[in-house]
Design a protein around this ligand. Structure first.
Ligand SMILES: [Zn+2]
Length: 691
């Protein structure tokens, strides 16, 4: 049967499998035979025709139609069974009255049909192909005919001279336009594309991939990883658990077949429906330290999401992350973005890498993903707008102040009605807790406070992921998109004046370059200009990307003046603060007191909220912008808290109640101390990771 089905030529031949039926004329031809009858009338006797164009489409009707065939002329009907999926083919020819019939001629015709049987059979296949895909794809028959031709390489038959001409013209157009959008992914039609009952399953699966897939920790490609489902069976079960009871699910093998086929020419690839561009593979190595607080932080993120959904009308939600440094080569020595010279060297792309030696320069793209808060916390948090800031590693190194300044200017530019205050009085931020976002640091707290004042917020919430858990951050997902822009790119900075180049020749570290620049302003200027050219190339490349249909916006890095101006804003609380104050060691009683009475700081979440006290100068001058009743009901996002059974309580039970972080696993037994892990990695965590 398998062999029969795969056969492109008739399975049976004439020796064992033919019959001839003579159909005598009738007086009155019924309506279903009218078209054929008028065609037969015009025929010369003994001229065979294939009646495929007259047959009804439905199998059962067709069988009856053939059996009851009755025309106004006598005809000989010659049905031929191919023996495979092509079914039967029917050829007939007109014959004279019974007295004048010629047996020899009949045999001659049968021989003639035999010669042409391939031609007839390909016509049959062509018709079947076109009928099958015409309605569900809505494509023009000319496109389908062309596809058929392309797929089969048969010499196909256009039904008329007119069609032949159209086909030829279309083929020419297709070849000349070189537009791949014209190519239609037929895999979508594999099997039963219109099967309704599996739709909820597919939908949930897609949501699951959105939520759970993670970027590889090295973020070197555009693949997502799914560390949550250990097998296809497990994946299927997890999806089923999320659906209402009794939902229809795909079988395991069917699901397996719908991962993107490794070899598209395989027989099993025929079952791939193109639903997901997800490949099933066992990952060899995914280093992911499971932190003590993983579950705790997952619950916290859930709380944050529920809070966001509850305050949806009044909130803006941003996810931030810095991408790994893009190396920048010295003039004449471009360094491929795929190169990781610091990690032992892995050369990617087709770029010929000339310089593998030391390079000081680098570019840091940082991401701010503004997500559209869904109505339900269980829905996707991956829709929204993506903003990228591209910075020079040497003179625009990331710091908490730089991040805050850039965030404020982005919010004022795109999310403000008066170019000063944020449109919504509540700002929620989620980060991976790198040093620039680590909310337990004083400098980060102070920068958050500046944003709170600058945007006149009623409340700001900054939460972060568990250490080593940055994959939970939605912004991380966008990294794979940004990698697209970095593919096969090798970067170098343009040359400075010979004098400056001479001076930095001996420079072999970031620190010495900065030192040199602090003594010689000219070097800083020329270097910034030289790197600027490359920055622009990257910006242009990022601009060409789009996230879920929306283009990526590229923002300018903050200048020193803008950053100083942001620090000045603290004068609202303490007049003695200078724009060049050391933020991580800021001595200001007023600021400390304000934070004391308006903020709540925990290991993974830091929040500032306005108060309603009469004696609070700041809040009297800047009263809450939320409607009174909403502000009354506004509370800090609660800490995950366990009930007596050891289960975490739900958001609704905790919101508005006084909670503490006593249930944080890493806190147990060493309250107030920094964790073991923090001690161990102290050297790494102190200061900026880019210095
Ligand atoms: Zn206050």
């Amino acid at each position: 049967m398998k062999v029969n089905h795969n056969s492109t030529v008739p399975v049976r031949d004439f020796n064992d499998n033919w019959m001839l039926r003579v159909v005598e004329p009738v007086e009155k031809v019924t309506v279903e035979y009218e078209a054929l009858d008028s065609c037969v009338k015009d025929l010369v006797e003994y001229q065979p025709i294939d009646i495929i164009d007259f047959e009804p489409d439905d199998k059962e009707t067709r069988r009856k139609w053939i059996t009851n065939l009755s025309l106004s002329n006598s005809v000989a009907l010659f049905p031929f069974q191919f023996g495979n999926y092509l079914g039967n083919m029917n050829v007939l020819w007109k014959i004279p009255g019974s007295s004048e019939r010629d047996t020899v001629k009949q045999v001659q015709i049968i021989n003639k049909v035999k010669k042409n049987i391939m031609k007839f059979s390909t016509r049959k296949m062509q018709k079947e192909f076109i009928d099958r895909y015409k309605t569900c794809t809505g494509l023009q028959p000319v496109i389908l005919r062309n596809m058929y031709l392309y797929l089969t390489e048969f010499e196909y038959q256009a039904n008329s001279a007119n069609a032949a001409e159209i086909d030829e013209r279309f083929m020419k157009f297709l070849l000349e336009s070189e537009d791949c959008d014209l190519i239609f992914d037929l895999r979508k039609n594999n099997c039963r594309p219109t099967e309704e009952k599996f739709k909820p399953f597919w939908k949930e699966l897609s949501k699951f991939f959105d939520e759970k897939a993670a970027v590889h920790e090295r973020r070197s490609n555009d693949k997502l990883y799914l560390p949550f489902a250990i097998s296809v069976e497990d994946l299927r079960r997890q999806i089923l658990d999320r659906l209402p009871e009794g939902s229809e699910a795909l079988s395991v093998s069917w699901l397996k077949l719908n991962f993107s086929p490794a070899n598209v020419y395989n027989t099993t690839a025929k079952n791939y429906t193109g639903q997901y561009n997800v490949r099933f593979a066992v990952q060899q190595r995914l280093v992911r330290v499971q932190h003590l607080d993983s579950h705790y932080c997952a619950v916290l993120f859930l709380m944050l999401k529920e809070f966001a959904c509850q305050m949806r009308e009044y909130s803006t939600f941003q996810c931030m992350d810095d991408k790994a440094i893009v190396p920048l080569g010295e003039p004449g020595h471009p360094v491929s973005t795929g190169v990781r010279a610091h990690h032992g060297g892995l050369i990617g792309g087709c770029m010929k890498v000339v310089a593998l030696d030391f390079h000081v320069g680098g570019i840091i793209p940082s991401v701010c993903f503004m997500n559209d808060i869904p109505e339900n916390p269980k829905d996707s948090f991956y829709n929204g707008h993506l903003y990228v800031t591209v910075k020079d590693k040497v003179f625009q190194a990331p710091s908490p102040l730089r991040h805050s300044t850039e965030s404020v200017s982005l919010m004022r530019q795109c999310y403000s009605d008066d170019d000063v205050n944020l449109r919504t009085p509540v700002l929620i931020r989620y980060t991976d807790g790198g040093p620039d976002h680590r909310t337990t640091y004083k400098s980060v707290k102070i920068c958050t406070l500046m944003e709170f004042i600058a945007l006149d917020l009623d409340m700001i919430v900054c939460a972060r992921t568990v250490p080593c858990g940055s994959y939970a951050n939605p912004a991380e997902r966008t990294m794979s998109l940004l990698n697209l822009a970095l593919q096969n790119v090798a970067l170098e900075r343009t040359a400075m004046s010979p004098n400056c180049e001479m001076q930095i020749k001996s420079v072999n570290s970031l620190k010495s370059l900065r030192n040199l620049a602090s003594k010689n302003q000219r070097i800083k200027e020329e270097y910034t200009q030289a790197v600027g050219v490359t920055l622009n190339i990257l910006k242009e490349r990022f601009k060409r990307l789009s996230w879920k249909g929306e283009s990526v916006c590229v923002q300018e890095a903050a200048s020193q003046e803008e950053m100083n101006a942001l620090v000045e804003i603290l004068k609202v609380l303490d007049e003695n603060i200078q724009s060049d104050s050391n933020l991580s060691n800021l001595q200001s009683k007023a600021v400390d007191a304000f934070l004391e009475s308006h903020s709540r700081s925990r290991q993974y979440i830091f929040q500032i909220k306005k108060c309603l006290a009469d004696n609070c100068g700041y809040c009297v001058l800047n009263p809450p912008r939320l409607p009174d009743e909403v502000f009354q009901g506004l509370h800090f996002v609660p800490d995950p808290t366990k009930d007596e059974n050891g289960q975490y309580k739900g958001f609704k039970d905790l919101y508005g109640t006084e909670t503490n972080d006593m249930d944080r696993p890493s806190l147990k037994g060493k309250s107030g101390e920094s964790s073991e892990r923090d001690k161990k990695f102290k050297a790494v965590l102190v200061g900026s990771k880019y210095t």
